[in-house]
Design a protein. Structure first.
Length: 111
């Protein structure tokens, strides 16, 4: 999986550079989030602007990351959801769970 991670102050930003977040690659995103949490990160933003498709495995990894962040008094936020991905979040009502922003900059302004 093609991931890029950047520190922006206390916030870690993971850029998912794949068209799909599914059963074939979602575990790599989970491993990266766990690595960051174990390294002391509390707040993570995941940029999904290049992701055009997400399945239940991808959603499950994001929910797992959200729970992991919450137990550490941190946050897991999302940005850049394309229409098809956003519709999956609305269908599963996960848009009520996550803080979702249009862009990385918009998410940073909310911190």
């Amino acid at each position: 999986m093609n991931l890029k991670t950047e520190a922006n102050g206390n916030l870690m930003v993971i850029f998912v550079r794949e068209e799909r977040l599914d059963a074939h690659n979602s575990e790599e995103l989970k491993a990266e989030m766990n690595r960051l949490f174990e390294g002391g990160a509390k707040d993570i933003l995941i940029d999904l602007k290049e992701v055009r498709f997400i399945d239940s495995s991808g959603l499950g990894v994001l929910v797992s990351g959200f729970k992991n962040a919450s137990t550490r008094q941190g946050s897991l936020k999302l940005c850049g959801l394309q229409a098809q991905v956003r519709s999956m979040f609305e269908l599963t009502r996960l848009h009520r769970v996550f803080d979702i922003f249009q862009t990385v900059d918009e998410a940073l302004e909310s911190m």
